[in-house]
Structures are given as C-alpha cells and as structure tokens.
Design a protein around this ligand. Structure first.
Ligand code: ADP
Length: 398
C-alpha cells in the first residue's frame, strides 16, 4: 500500500486540500487529488479533482446545525471521502500552511499541543488567517489524535533577512516587542528558490527578484536563494496592491480615516483587506482577467496602478540587491497574464530587460531574449508540494 500526505490550507470559510502519495522505497511525491471544502459556517461546497484537474466530486452539503458546518465537520467529510475512495493509500501525516511562525518558528515543526499553544500567541499578528490555520490543526487532532501534523510557515523563508530589512523606524521597545517586518508567501518563494537552478542554472544563486502575483501579491529579493527583502511586512497587507487589499498606504491615511471620518477598527480593517486593491480602484472586480477584458477606464486605472507599483517595488528591491540578474513571475497573474508581464518588463527596460514577446505569449519558462541584461522567467509555484516535502522530511526524520 502506498503512503500519502494530506496538505491543508485552511481559511475562515474554506479548507483547500491536496493529497500526495509516495512509495516507501521512493520518496517522489505525486499529487493524486486536490480540492476544496468551501462555505464553512454556511452551506458546504465540496469539490475534489484528480491530478489532471478532472472533477471527481462536486456537491453541496447542508448541515443540520443553524451555524452551518465547522472546520471539523468539513474535515470529517473529507476523511469519509478519502476512506471510501482511497483504499490503497494510507494517510500517514498532514502538513498545514500556517501564516505566522513569528521569530521562534524558523522551519516546519510537528504541531503538538505545546506548539499549538505557542502559535495561538501569534494570532494577534495575523488575526484573519492564523486562527483558521490553527482551527484545522485542532480539528484534525481531535478527529485523528495519532496522525502527525506538521506546521509550515509563510514567514519562515524570510527569517534570514538582515535585521535592517526587518525593522520599522519606531521606538526600540516596540520593535523588540515584535512590531517589525516578517514577510509572507514564504512557501512560494522557497519553492521557486528550489526550482530555479533547473531553469536559470548558476544565475539562480545571483541577485533574483520573484514577483508572486496572485490575488494576494508580493515580491521577494533573493541572493544565494535566501530572502534579502520582501514587500509584505508586519502583515500581509503591505506592499503591492492586491485583489482586495490596499498594499502600502501612508499610515497617516489610517489616522485620518479614524479621526476625521470616524471609522472604527472593524470598518478600516474591512476597507483595507476586502474593499481596496484592484476591486476598490476598479469598482468592478478583484479578478485580473475581468479587468483585462473590461472597457471601463476604472478597470484600466486599477491595472495601471498594479503595474506601476510593481515597477516601484522592483526598483526598491533591486537597490536591496545592488542590481539584478534574474526576474521570476509566478502565481495566478504572474504565470498566466502575458499582458501584465509585458507591461512590467517594458517599464523595467531601464534595468536592461528585453522581453521575448513570442516566448511571453507561450508563458515561458524563459521569456527574455538571449541578449537581455536580466533573464526573465515564468515558473509555476507549488506551495502544496513544498508543504508535502517538509512534512515528508520531518516525519521521516522523527
Ligand atoms: P491566490 O492563490 O492568491 O488566491 P492565484 O495565485 O490563484 O491567487 O491568482 C488569482 C489571480 O490570478 C486572479 O486575479 C486571476 O484573475 C488571475 N489570473 C488567473 N489566470 C489569469 C489569466 N489567464 N490572465 C490574467 N489573470 C489571471
């Protein structure tokens, strides 16, 4: 019987999951299923596909409870599906995406009760994500107390950054209490850092900037495939404008919203996390595909702002590296939008970037011309595989 690893990415209203299998004598991890239980706390929508994205199940499940189905209910449904459909695969561990590991968790760990208690302390640093990540770990522990669970952190990849890259110019006692830049999307950057030598050879160890452009978007500067600087900071709200998040904003705006417009904390949180970014500027959608297809001038402005801010951050990250050897695009927009890549690369012409338009239309992997001063790549990220690998390595080490 093959063994399998369950990978979970749990949010407030959904649990995304993937199942990887491997043979005992051969540790190559293969994706077998992936899916989502969406609609936690209301009506659950349960979808599973196989590795080639063919739908195996797509059903809506009504709970009996008035408050809808919980994370635990969703995991129970997933477990039942696995038990009936995967008789030849034994799940031996679960790996979780956990947004915040703080300063202490610099690599993946077995999420036992002591670790969970420590991670609970970080909830105030990531209130919109951390509680839901932990809810899935706790729910699975109560359903399967003997199943080893591994927490993999989005912050861990950035721990190696120089102190100056992580500090805000605020009084020392506040910095020392943990108010500093942590950076996120670390599992994606770690995957790219690992995969890049296959594409870029020795350049991978040079000065590299990765643009993770999805619904959440950030950029990371790497030297020797280690994080040197990144655009997200204390929270995943900083840096680039995103689908619904504002990205960097003058902190004075927040003071103004609260003092002059009398907005409360919840209202400001809702505004900056869910009503801003591409959605806020366009007034149409947070989905880049819709904006690219729209004739609205507001959609065009949202795209202009997105591209402009990427260019500004590119310059800033180049300064942190002292130059640039390679630029990598990844995540939904980075992997699929030739139009956005083209505009970013045209604006970055001053860096010596010369785009190969033909290769760009085909989504790469190399999208720069041979004589470009900086090589440019499109590399699909795989955070789930990264979590599965960490989980496999940790349980086999123990
Ligand atoms: P996340 O994982 O942060 O939720 P994704 O990495 O899935 O987000 O990226 C979602 C974004 O990618 C959306 O804005 C979507 O419109 C965009 N996207 C996906 N495919 C394309 C495409 N072909 N052209 C332009 N944008 C695309």
């Amino acid at each position: 019987m093959n063994e399998g690893i369950l990978v979970l990415n749990s949010g407030s209203s959904s649990i995304k999951f993937s199942i990887f299998s491997y043979e005992r004598e051969n540790c190559n991890l293969n994706l077998v299923y992936k899916g989502e239980a969406e609609g936690i706390q209301s009506q659950l929508h349960f979808v599973v596909t196989d590795a080639s994205a063919t739908k195996l199940i797509d059903k809506r499940i009504k709970g009996k409870k008035a408050e809808g189905l919980s994370h635990e209910d969703a995991l129970r449904i997933l477990r039942q599906w696995l038990d009936t459909n995967m008789a030849d695969l034994k799940i031996v561990a679960a790996g979780h995406r956990v947004v915040h590991g703080g300063d202490y968790f610099t690599k993946p760990v077995i999420a036992d009760t002591t670790v969970i208690a420590e991670l609970e302390k970080l909830v105030p640093l990531a209130p919109l994500h951390q509680p839901h990540n932990l809810a899935a770990i706790k729910a699975l522990a109560s359903l399967h107390p003997d199943l080893p669970q591994v927490a993999c952190f989005d912050t861990a990849f950035h721990v190696a950054q120089p102190p100056v890259a992580k500090e805000f110019a605020i009084p020392r006692r506040l910095s020392e209490s943990g108010i500093k830049r942590y950076g996120f999307h670390g599992l994606s950057y770690e995957y790219i850092a690992k995969a890049l030598p296959k594409f870029a050879g020795a350049e991978a160890d040079g000065r590299v900037i990765v643009a993770h452009l999805g619904n959440g978007a950030s950029m990371c500067a790497m030297k020797d495939r280690q994080s040197v600087a990144t655009t997200m900071g204390f929270t995943a709200l900083d840096g680039l404008p995103m689908g619904t998040r504002s990205g960097s904003i003058d902190p004075g705006v927040i003071l103004y919203l609260m003092s002059e417009l009398e907005m409360g904390i919840d209202e400001v949180t809702e505004l900056l996390y869910y009503k801003s970014g591409l959605l806020g500027v366009s007034g149409i959608s947070n989905d880049m595909r819709e904006l690219l297809e729209s004739n609205s001038p507001h959609a065009a402005r949202a795209i202009d702002l997105f591209v402009y801010r990427i260019g500004r951050e590119l310059g800033s990250l180049c300064a942190s590296l002292g130059g640039l050897d390679a630029l990598v695009f990844t995540a939904g927009i980075g992997e699929h939008s030739e139009a956005i890549r083209k505009r970013v690369c045209e604006d970055a012409n001053w860096l010596g970037i010369s785009l190969d338009e033909h290769a760009n239309v085909k989504n790469g992997p190399m999208v720069s011309k041979d004589n470009s001063g900086v090589s440019v790549w499109v590399i699909p990220t795989d955070e789930e595989l990264m979590i599965a690998e960490h989980t496999y390595n940790l349980i086999n080490k123990n």
